[in-house]
Design a protein. Structure first.
Length: 115
């Protein structure tokens, strides 16, 4: 009997970051002291967050009115705290395009601080 091992998107995403020698993010990072909002992935030292918006086309939380309003509130609150938020779909989490975007965002923050 053959055993098929599958790699989750999240594991592949982390391996791709590691291969590029990019910082590994914190998962489910609570960015506000009072509100219980959490960022799916975060680089707190860079104030960069990554949100994975699942269920947009299937009627999931991110595609319904209440979810959209909650996501807007969370993103706006993060912005007022100095965070930059990137958004991706689950299918694009572990892609070169997403990793490229994260790399540019991390470099931008470093260049702005150092430069």
């Amino acid at each position: 009997m053959a055993i098929v091992k599958t790699m989750t998107r999240e594991v592949k995403f982390l391996l791709m970051l590691k291969a590029r020698k990019l910082p590994i993010p914190v998962q489910e990072h609570r960015f506000h002291e009072v509100r219980k909002f959490r960022l799916d992935w975060a680089w707190p030292e860079h104030k960069l967050g990554l949100e994975v918006d699942g269920g947009v086309w299937t009627g999931g939380a991110h595609g319904r009115g209440t979810g959209i309003v909650r996501d807007q509130e969370k993103t706006n609150l993060a912005a007022t705290e100095g965070w930059r938020i990137l958004r991706v779909m689950p299918s694009t989490l572990a892609t070169d395009a997403t990793i490229d975007t994260i790399e540019r965002a991390l470099m931008w923050r470093t260049e702005r601080i150092d430069g």
